[in-house]
Design a protein around this ligand. Structure first.
Ligand code: UGB
Length: 588
């Protein structure tokens, strides 16, 4: 008997079989120290491999087989979109305040009581460099509401107003990196008012094995010889998890009709949800992507119509930002990913990974495909021989690739809803210095300060759209990022769930005036603002549906956003300012 065969005899039969297959399947290096190793060390590696094998649909050997094929294509420069010709797809574009917006939103508002919410929050947030999980970050510092709380507040507000007492479900995708801290955040805050059983947590596996070369040799963790190095498999895992945990199926049984997928840090995520629902309903879309005008080279994918001349197939799908430029160059646009001279934007709408699915059609596709998305590999080579990688790579998948699993007539039921970014998209993804560099290129910085600025800015825009007089504060620069924070306005979802509610909340818009140094925070389903002249700070904290009607003139010292570039507090450090609350009116 060989040393290897002998060294696995005391492992479980299942582990022995897996290890033998890996040993003969090109991964014998993983076990070279086994004959001398302790039982504990051997069991550590065997258990990890077993878990990795179970968490990948075709097992580790299926994974390495697929990786070899994709790595070979990558080495040969095969374009995964070869044969597909891109063009600008049809979709609906809206401006706030127009009749078209209002009519479509009104259609969607009828659907607000039957949505299931899916938050993908497994990402590490490496670009942001925050030590905690991103959903624990404040959306803005006027209320310090964290992202997870904001999302839950919104869902609870819909439940209160639109679902006739039915609980609207939420699913959170976590990963090894975020799972424990997500659960702790929920438990420490009593689930932010949601029922525990309303929330389903699905955890991405422990990632997939990292690979060191074109033969898909599995990498060993440099710090632990009996551990495989793993890397995240990407947000595309969400579809397989929703299928495997029967989440989509259970939601259908509960009478849920729509499923919305959204990212971890977009404080503007839901302002346009009824609008999207209206578009999906009118156009009978199985998948509807929220889109924004995209600047060329901005790190958001472009939504394109792809046509395969050989097979006649067409698809409306996201082309990821690193693939759009080469695809355009290869298909008759020698300048690649550039802005349209007339509009100053890329002709391809920008995908922001907020995806609305019609649940029945979505679930049918899951049943047929188990929710498995196509994978890709993106190795960074050391030189042009393309044989050595700078660092280990892995297979990844993306949630926006869902149209690839649709078939027949359903492939036509894919579209998008485009809205200016200042109403629907301002994620916090980048560290401040990187944001400064993006700002210099005219690209949205995506920093904590711009995320906060855009929260207040969206409410200012909404109020102005119905005729409220909201002055504009000055633009200030904090840590190199330009922000106009004032007037700082936060309208909690319990008070306002979408622009369609505005006129019910502000019944006489021309009698509302907010000066440029003001802060206004409103919570409460029963609050109505009939007339308000605000020059300072006002926080109206209506509890549940208690009726409160505001007719008031307020002038006080207000709140001041003061420069603070030396604080040790991470939240302030990311922004370069903090709020001093001098004087606040309670509105009563
Ligand atoms: N995420 C997971 O839950 N698990 C993972 O394994 C990885 C991520 P990133 P990315 O809106 O600006 C996407 O890393 O991948 C979650 C789109 O592909 O923030 O660079 C993670 O927690 C791109 O087309 O984004 O780019 C987060 O909530 C464009 O839409 C979400 O997935 C871009 O986002 C996105 O992860 C954008």
């Amino acid at each position: 008997m060989t040393d290897f065969a002998e060294s696995i005899r005391d492992l479980s039969p299942k582990q022995q079989e897996l290890l033998r297959n890996l040993h003969s399947g090109g991964q014998s290096h993983l076990f070279k120290d086994f004959p001398q190793a302790s039982l504990e060390s051997r069991q550590t590696l065997a258990s990890q491999l077993e878990a990795l094998d179970e968490s990948y649909p075709t097992g580790i050997l299926g994974y390495t087989k697929r990786a070899r094929e994709l790595l070979e294509d990558s080495r040969n420069g095969v374009n995964p979109l070869d044969g597909w010709i891109p063009s600008v797809p049809k979709g609906e574009a809206f401006e706030l305040g127009t009749t078209e917006y209002q009519e479509t939103e009104a259609i969607g508002m009828q659907e607000l009581g039957s949505i299931g919410f899916v938050l993908v929050a497994g990402g590490l947030g490496e670009r942001l460099g925050y030590s905690g999980i991103k959903i624990a970050l404040p959306t803005e510092t006027a209320t310090m509401t964290c992202y997870l709380e904001y999302y839950i507040n919104y869902i609870l507000a819909l439940q209160q107003k639109y679902s006739n007492g039915k609980h609207l479900p939420m699913c959170i995708m976590t990963s090894n990196d975020t799972n424990d801290r997500t659960i702790k955040l929920l438990e420490d805050n009593n689930f932010f008012g949601m029922k525990k059983e309303q929330i389903t947590i699905v955890q991405q596996g422990q990632g997939v094995p990292a690979l060191t070369d074109n033969d898909a040799t599995i990498a060993i963790d440099p710090d632990e010889p009996f551990k495989v190095l793993t890397k995240p498999h990407g947000h595309g895992d969400i579809h397989e998890l929703l299928y495997r945990h029967r989440v989509a199926k259970k939601w259908i049984e509960q009478g849920i009709k729509w499923l919305i997928l959204f990212q971890d840090t977009n404080g503007l995520a839901f302002h346009t949800l009824p609008l999207m629902l209206g578009v999906s309903k009118k156009m009978d879309l199985i998948m509807n992507s929220l889109a924004v005008p995209r600047k060329a080279k901005q790190a958001i994918g472009g939504i394109a119509k792809l046509e395969n001349k050989a097979t006649g197939e067409t698809r409306t799908i996201n082309v990821e930002y690193n693939q759009l430029d080469p695809l355009l160059r290869a298909t008759g646009s020698p300048n690649g990913d550039v802005n349209d001279e007339e509009t100053g934007y890329s002709p391809f709408p920008g995908n922001i990974n907020q995806l609305l699915f019609q649940l029945d059609g979505y679930h049918k596709a899951l049943e047929r495909t188990n929710g498995i998305m196509p994978e890709f590999v993106n190795p960074k080579y050391k030189d042009e021989t393309k044989t050595v990688f700078k660092k280990p790579t892995r297979l990844e998948c993306m949630m926006q690739d869902f149209p690839t699993v649709l078939e027949g007539e359903d492939t036509k039921k894919v579209g998008y809803t485009s809205v200016p970014a200042d109403l629907c998209f301002s994620p916090v993804k980048n560290a401040t210095p990187d944001g400064v560099a993006l700002q210099a290129q005219g690209i949205a910085p995506g920093t904590a300060a711009t995320g906060e600025r855009d929260q207040y800015g969206a409410f200012r825009r909404m109020l102005r759209s119905i005729g409220c007089r909201v002055e504009q504060g000055d633009t200030e620069t904090h840590l190199g990022i330009e922000v106009d924070l004032l007037p700082a306005i936060v309208l909690d979802p319990s008070f306002l769930t979408c622009p369609g509610d505005l006129k019910k909340r502000f019944r006489q818009p021309d009698k509302v005036k907010i000066s440029k140094r003001s802060t206004l925070i409103v919570r409460g389903e029963g609050v109505i603002i009939d007339s308000l002249e605000l020059d300072g700070a006002m926080v109206i904290d209506g509890k549940s549906s208690e009726p409160i009607t505001i007719n008031k003139e307020v002038k006080n010292e207000g709140w001041i956003f003061e420069k603070d570039e030396t604080s040790d507090d991470e939240v302030i450090k990311m922004r370069g300012y903090q709020i001093t609350r001098k004087e606040t009116d309670k509105g009563l």
